[in-house]
Design a protein around this ligand. Structure first.
Ligand code: ADP
Ligand code: ZN
Length: 440
């Protein structure tokens, strides 16, 4: 039997009912945070909004936004909205250097999160007959735990492999007959490449659930061809639970947002104004059911478009495009969060000027990451070995700071174009979603 929904009644609920449900949950959630979370109370008081002012989703815009800065300011326990004794789990983002976000879960929170992941698996066509290999990382990262829980709920035989150890991944996949692979798209591409190099033309896979980082339609096609599977996108963030906030269905055209648990808005990142459906802007989420770590109007910094257009899969949940970029300066390179400010810090600590340019591209489905750095008088050398030594030293300092290895290219002093306005520090040549690929 092909079961395409995990919770059919919810997933195909008429839009008017979804909105009614969201309104009821919003009123309850606002009361919960106001009562149990001092920083929220202070924020709402400051904005002059009381819980009584929020009578439904039409009042959502009255609430202040919450940002990653609020999360950092209240690290670690400030935004926890239940007693610690009610929490059963902590996860954290992969962000480095003090930018870590810690999120808390009650058993109920975990349960609903796993439902979301089970919906994603079912939407991709997985059933209890499937053998599901979870090659997302396990640990503080949400990818492994989320999909593992979802796979259990759907009744798949689940292999909690975690990421890495490619040889063993492929061996288990073949020996056990894995039919569903869950991992980042870059790891899927790597596995495919590895299998090709071994001359393995066949594999037992039929479905891939790939997400947690940006990837293109071109990359999807290439992975689908290489592995002979259908590949589906999944989106989420630790702050809201993890993967499964939104997921693709058989249409492979935008991700359905689990609207019974999350309200999505699109805002103008400059003014904060709420934009009408179909506009491109920053995605903002309100979590309606989270007990331990509820976020109201959380600014994701992800830029995308929402569409209510009816989907052939029968789901009524609104769809989002894959993130088309970020409204802050964070780059996600090979799955790792990189801030230009971190690069600047390394340069300054090593006696360079902050004249640099980051160039990111995608070649053969892998991100390339290069940093052009100006030599200055102190470092000037015109021997090849001198330049190479400097590049090597900086590359290892960058690796320490960022967790990934950039190509460092020393360039002559004053050769990087100075700008009068905002410096162009980042040249991102990756094209994630061209406008012609989104039909609403
Ligand atoms: P970590 O930092 O540990 O990778 P986060 O939860 O902070 O985990 O990552 C969330 C961010 O990852 C999102 O805000 C988004 O920018 C990106 N992301 C997640 N899923 C996708 C996806 N399917 N496509 C593109 N970007 C994604
Ligand atoms: Zn659909």
């Amino acid at each position: 039997m092909v079961m395409s929904y995990f919770q059919p009644e919810t997933e195909t609920m008429p839009v008017s009912e979804i909105k009614k449900l969201q309104s009821e949950k919003l009123v309850r959630q606002v009361r919960h945070v106001y009562k149990n979370c001092a920083p929220y109370r202070a924020k709402m008081d400051e904005a002059g909004v009381s819980p009584e002012d929020i009578r439904g989703i039409e009042d959502l815009h009255k609430l202040p936004f919450i940002t990653k800065a609020d999360l950092r300011d209240n690290y670690p326990y400030g935004l926890l909205s239940v007693p610690k004794s009610e929490c059963v789990r902590i996860h954290s983002t992969s962000g480095t250097t003090g930018r870590r976000v810690v999120a808390f879960y009650t058993q109920h929170d975990i349960d609903l999160w796993e439902d979301c992941c089970a919906r994603a698996l079912a939407a991709a066509g997985a059933t209890s007959e499937d053998i599901c290999q979870i090659a997302y990382g396990f640990g503080l990262f949400t990818g492994g735990a989320g999909l593992n829980g979802g796979s259990h709920k759907l009744g798949c035989m689940t292999l909690p492999m975690s990421s890495g150890n490619t040889e063993r991944q492929i061996q288990f996949m073949n020996d056990l007959g894995t039919t569903v692979l869950c991992c980042t798209p870059s790891y899927a591409a790597y596995l495919a490449e590895n299998m090709r190099e071994r001359g393995e033309a066949e594999n037992p896979l039929r479905i891939g659930i790939f997400g947690a980082e940006p990837w293109t339609e071109e990359m999807r096609r290439s992975i689908e061809d290489a592995l002979n599977i259908r590949a589906y996108d999944i989106y989420g963030l630790t702050e809201l639970s993890g993967p499964g906030v939104a997921f693709e269905c058989c249409e492979q055209h935008g991700m359905h947002i689990n609207e019974d648990h999350f309200i999505a808005e699109i805002i103008d990142p400059e003014t904060g104004e709420v934009l009408p459906e179909g506009s491109k802007g920053e995605l903002v989420f309100t979590s309606l059911d989270k007990e331990a770590f509820p976020l109201l109007r959380y600014r994701t910094r992800d830029i995308c478009i929402l569409s209510r257009k009816q989907c052939s899969c029968g789901r009524t949940f609104i769809r989002m495009t894959k993130p088309m970029g970020r409204s802050d300066d964070m780059l996600i390179i090979r799955g790792v969060n990189v801030f230009p400010s971190q690069i600047e810090t390394v340069l300054l600590n090593n006696g360079y000027t902050p004249n640099y340019q980051i160039v990111v591209d995608r070649v053969n489905n892998t991100d390339t990451f290069d940093i052009m750095v100006e030599m200055n008088e102190d470092h000037f050398t015109d021997t090849v070995s001198g330049v190479t030594a400097q590049e090597k030293k900086l590359a290892s300092a960058m690796k320490m700071m960022l967790g990934i290895n950039p190509g460092i290219h020393m360039v002559a002093p004053h050769s990087i174009t100075r700008s009068e306005g905002k410096a162009v520090r980042v040249v991102d040549k990756r094209k994630l979603l061209s406008d012609s690929q989104w039909k609403g």
